[in-house]
Design a binder for this molecule. Structure first.
Ligand SMILES: Cc1cc2nc3c(=O)[nH]c(=O)nc-3n(C[C@H](O)[C@H](O)[C@H](O)COP(=O)(O)OP(=O)(O)OC[C@H]3O[C@@H](n4cnc5c(N)ncnc54)[C@H](O)[C@@H]3O)c2cc1C
Length: 421
């Protein structure tokens, strides 16, 4: 089949890769000049089945209310966004009951475990490198209640293949000795040995080059202006001065997916949740961790990517605004420096690179994959805070659906259809 993929982020490029390997003729369209220029550009770098919980955990509403308008908080709801959040926001809250949260955690965890297997397989078959590391991930805690909550969701995910061990503070520091410098704060940790890390942009760029070698055509600087549907069937996409036809089309356009799907008459319940990252050279920091760390209370991750250190975090409900606010970016650095005072000192000696991106987040947590109500039009959208983790699994599944094969995982809970029930 001839297939158009809209989007050359990590999801679009992996989709193109699997489709091409299945023998299809694939063209990828992206408005940017290169692969991985939007949300896949400088994320936290974690491939973490351990973090599969959706963000609407029971009780999230109180956290949000507490932090409304507070620029220095890890979670920020801008008051001006409240009217725009009505539909998605109510859905987000509706899905924060214990039963739904646990159900969606299980869907995400199964998808994340499958995705890591697919990534490992892809790595074996291509030899691709992307500053990857397989040291697992360590979550650290400062209070017992938070640790018990994470332990509970980790126990839920264990039967799905997310292995973990619960550690007291001594064991946590023995596993990651660099934490010695914040010994007094840490009451314990949970270690997930099967999680990984790596640079999503490097991966996207390098896989795009491999895909090109497999015959995939990339058209950069190409904005899709319209998705055309007639009589319930996808017909073409409209770009500047041209209409492109094919047998099928996959929308993998990150934060652009919602608008493109709307042109085809579909409503995707996706909202952009803003985050920040800070990248610093590793050289000069005397005490870096080996294992990627998550400090969930502070909403910050600390990851080693080759000769760089990546800090990422914060969640901001600010619409599609991608402007970089220094104070928010500094919050990420400050939160990480509360774990590692030596990192704060290091940051003063070098020039950190700040970045902001929008996580395309569904209102219940899992992404939106597979068929759509329009014949010939498929979706690979809404991966939220897990898009790097999910990339290979989501895209393998979408390629299977497009090719008429049974995907490895049941699509219930991951398709658009679930929002119509
Ligand atoms: C601060 C932060 C930290 C994160 N940390 C992690 C992490 O540690 N682990 C993890 O798993 N995930 C993480 N994520 C989430 C992850 O980065 C995203 O889910 C993922 O990058 C989304 O990939 P994508 O391909 O769907 O979207 P994108 O990478 O945004 O790609 C979409 C592409 O579509 C193109 N496009 C859009 N509209 C059009 C159009 N009309 N015409 C042509 N092209 C179009 C865009 O130009 C873009 O290149 C993080 C996100 C943020 C913001």
């Amino acid at each position: 089949m001839r297939i158009i993929v809209i989007g050359a982020g990590v999801l679009g490029v992996t989709t193109a890769w699997y489709l091409a390997r299945d023998g299809h003729e694939v063209t990828v369209l992206d408005q940017a000049a290169r692969p991985g220029e939007e949300t896949s550009f400088a994320n936290g770098g974690l491939l973490h089945a351990s973090h599969a919980e959706p963000w609407n955990a029971p009780g999230v509403v109180w956290q949000l209310l507490r932090w409304i308008g507070r620029e220095d908080s890890p979670l920020l709801l801008r008051p001006g966004q409240i009217p725009r959040l009505v539909g998605w926001g109510l859905g987000f809250l509706r899905n924060s009951t214990t039963a739904r949260f646990e159900r969606h955690t299980a869907v995400n965890a199964a998808l994340a475990v499958y995705s890591l297997q697919q990534l490992q397989e892809l790595r074996r078959s291509t030899g691709i490198h992307y500053d990857e590391a397989q040291h697992g991930i360590l979550k650290i805690f400062h209070d017992q209640q938070a640790m018990d909550g994470t332990r509970h969701s980790s126990d839920l995910m264990a039967p799905l293949g997310v292995r973990h061990s619960v550690l007291d503070s001594r064991q946590t520091i023995a596993l990651e000795p660099s934490l010695e410098e914040s010994r007094e704060q840490i009451i314990g940790g949970i270690y997930y040995p099967d999680d990984e890390s790596g640079d999503a942009r490097l991966f996207t760029e390098r896989l795009a080059a491999l895909a090109e070698h497999e015959g995939v055509g990339f058209r950069f600087g190409t904005t899709v202006k319209n998705v055309e549907v007639r009589n319930g069937r996808w017909r073409s996409v409209e770009i500047e001065h041209e209409r492109l036809e094919a047998d099928a089309c996959v929308i993998a356009a990150g934060n652009g997916a919602k608008a493109l799907a709307a042109q085809a008459g579909m409503r995707l319940p996706i909202y952009p949740v803003k985050g920040y990252s800070v990248t610093l050279p590793l050289q000069g920091w005397r005490n870096p961790p080996t294992i990627p760390l998550i400090d969930d209370a502070r909403k910050v991750v600390i990851t080693l990517l080759g000769d760089r250190i990546r800090l990422a975090g914060t969640a901001e409900f600010a619409g599609y605004d991608t402007s970089l606010h220094t104070r928010r970016a500094a919050t990420v650095l400050r939160q990480a420096a509360s774990v590692y005072p030596s990192l704060g000192a290091h940051a003063e000696q070098c020039e950190p690179a700040y970045w902001t991106g929008l996580r395309p987040m569904t209102m219940d947590g899992p992404p939106i994959l597979g068929p759509s109500p329009v014949d010939g039009l498929y979706l690979n959208a809404g991966p939220g805070h897990l898009g790097w983790t999910f990339a290979c699994g989501c895209s393998r599944i979408v390629a299977d659906v497009v090719g008429g094969r049974e995907p490895a995982l049941n699509l219930d809970g991951m398709n658009l259809q679930r929002f119509r029930r």
